[in-house]
Design a protein around this ligand. Structure first.
Ligand SMILES: Nc1ncnc2c1ncn2[C@@H]1O[C@H](COP(=O)(O)OP(=O)(O)OP(=O)(O)O)[C@@H](O)[C@H]1O
Ligand SMILES: [Mg+2]
Length: 458
């Protein structure tokens, strides 16, 4: 299928007779030439007669000197060579004319047909829109009813409570691909005891599938459709916010991490009490300490606002939040170690996990053996150095340094606020020149308080 008119072949064969003939001529030109050559050879008895083409004379019939006596009168001489003569005929000229102009004619006819159709569509635009919208509604309603009649789909209860309760929910798309092998999971979210779910667990376990499944089921339920679950009660959601995966927008001046943070900022600045937040990793695109600190702070922010949140992460340190805050619950996706293999059970169970099996998954993905075993050795060394969780909870060098930067920035911001207030309170019209000078000196003193206001670079 061509994507644009200029590619040609936009009109189906059988619609326009002349177009079909021209295309046929283009496609079967070589065949016509062969049969014309055979026919001329037969009629004249010159078996060596050949048809050729050059840019100066176009198509010609070439007859060797020895056979010249047999050339019929309708052969018109065009060119003389050492051993042969070249001729044209009326039929050959006509063929040449047609084939050389065919491409241009085809393009012109196609353009004319398409333009004609466009103006016809424009003329009936309103009626077409109405019909399209009617068909779209019908399609949506039909699809929803077809899905509702599938086994394993139920009509959910959508209410104004705050709880999202799904029993044996399934991801409608992943389930299609995995068939009977799909493992159903429950979801319980509210704005009280189960407000922020920290979901940890190995790579490939099913975290992303689970959190997206919950968001999808909420959307399906709120559109009035059936959902793939055994039971579902959905406390209405006003907006669903998601942050998923890593990508950049280099043509818009945004790096990978900048995109990640912009998306996170969009969530934190726009959510409401009724929202549902689905975070698939936060803070992966920067250094471990920075990323973990941000993930931790984002989780705390969501916890304080009591927004229903599913947070899938490989920062196992975040599971410590459940000890500090009511409403934060840890879940993980279970796996079974068997011989030296890992079996993914895809079952969401209560509790945190402290394993990612990332190196095992890298091996499954085909990372060379050498690199896999080296990664194993490095991991073992790193693990000897204690957990990041302790560092965060009890302070660490990197954290202290970054905190010092924020402290300095905060002081500066407070100073400028003070100057702003002093200016606002000043009534310039009632000031004497001396008072004005004094005021200026006072403002300068504020600006210089705590040292010069140089930019923060350390
Ligand atoms: N409940 C399930 N039942 C059956 N298969 C599942 C289930 N959940 C996930 N899977 C399968 O496991 C694959 C990996 O799942 P998913 O991407 O959700 O893992 P993940 O935990 O997010 O991994 P990562 O940490 O690497 O992102 C899916 O592509 C799907 O084929
Ligand atoms: Mg994932």
């Amino acid at each position: 299928m061509p994507l644009s008119l200029s590619e040609g072949k936009v009109i189906r064969p059988g619609y326009h007779r002349e177009l079909d003939e021209l295309r046929d001529l283009q496609e079967n030109g070589r065949q016509w030439l062969q049969s014309y050559q055979a026919q001329q050879a037969k009629e004249t008895g010159i078996n060596s007669l050949k048809i050729g083409f050059n840019n100066v004379f176009g198509y010609y019939i070439e007859v060797t000197r020895a056979n010249l006596k047999n050339t019929p009168p309708h052969f018109t001489r065009k060119q003389t060579l050492a051993n042969a003569e070249r001729f044209v005929t009326g039929e050959l000229k006509e063929f040449e004319e047609k084939i050389l102009t065919a491409q241009g004619k085809i393009a012109a006819i196609e353009r004319e047909i398409v333009n004609g159709l466009c103006s016809q569509v424009l003329k009936d635009a309103t009626a077409l829109h109405e019909t399209a919208s009617g068909i779209a509604s019908l399609d949506a309603l039909y699809s929803m009813s077809a899905i509702a009649s599938l086994p394993g789909y139920i009509i959910p209860e959508v209410n104004s409570e705050e709880e999202i309760h799904i029993k044996d929910g399934r991801h409608p798309v992943v389930e299609k691909l995995t068939g009977n092998a799909f493992i159903p999971n429950d979801t319980l979210l509210d704005r009280d005891e189960n407000q922020l779910i920290i979901l940890t667990g190995p790579n490939m376990a099913g975290k992303s599938t689970y959190i997206r499944q919950t968001a999808l089921l909420v959307i399906m339920a709120q559109t009035g459709g059936a959902v793939p679950a055994a039971e579902a009660r959905i406390g209405m959601v006003d907006k669903i916010f998601t942050r998923i995966g890593a990508h950049d927008e280099i043509s818009k001046g945004q790096s990978t991490f900048m995109v990640e943070m912009t998306e996170a900022a969009g969530i934190l600045n726009n959510l409401s009490e009724r929202s549902l937040v689905v975070l698939d990793e936060i803070g992966r695109g920067t250094s471990t300490y920075d990323g973990l600190s941000l993930a931790w702070a984002v989780a705390e922010f969501l916890q304080q606002r009591k927004v229903r949140t599913l947070f899938a992460t490989h920062f196992h340190e975040l599971t410590a939040l459940a000890e500090e805050y009511p409403g934060v619950k840890n879940y993980n996706v279970s796996v079974k170690e068997w011989d030296d293999r890992i079996i993914f059970l895809h079952k969401i169970i209560p509790g945190g996990s402290d394993q990612s099996y990332g190196i095992y998954v890298a091996k499954l993905a085909g990372i060379p053996k050498e690199a896999v075993s080296r990664a194993g050795a490095i991991l073992a060394k790193l693990e000897l150095h204690g957990s990041l969780q302790e560092t965060i909870r009890h302070g660490g060098k990197s954290t202290e340094r970054q905190m010092a930067i924020f402290e300095k920035e905060n002081k500066e911001a407070r100073r400028y606020e003070e100057i702003g207030r002093a200016l606002e309170e000043t009534d310039i019209d009632s000031l004497t020149p001396l008072e004005a000078l004094n005021k200026l000196q006072q403002l300068k003193r504020i600006a210089e308080k705590n040292g010069k206001s140089s930019p923060v670079t350390s």
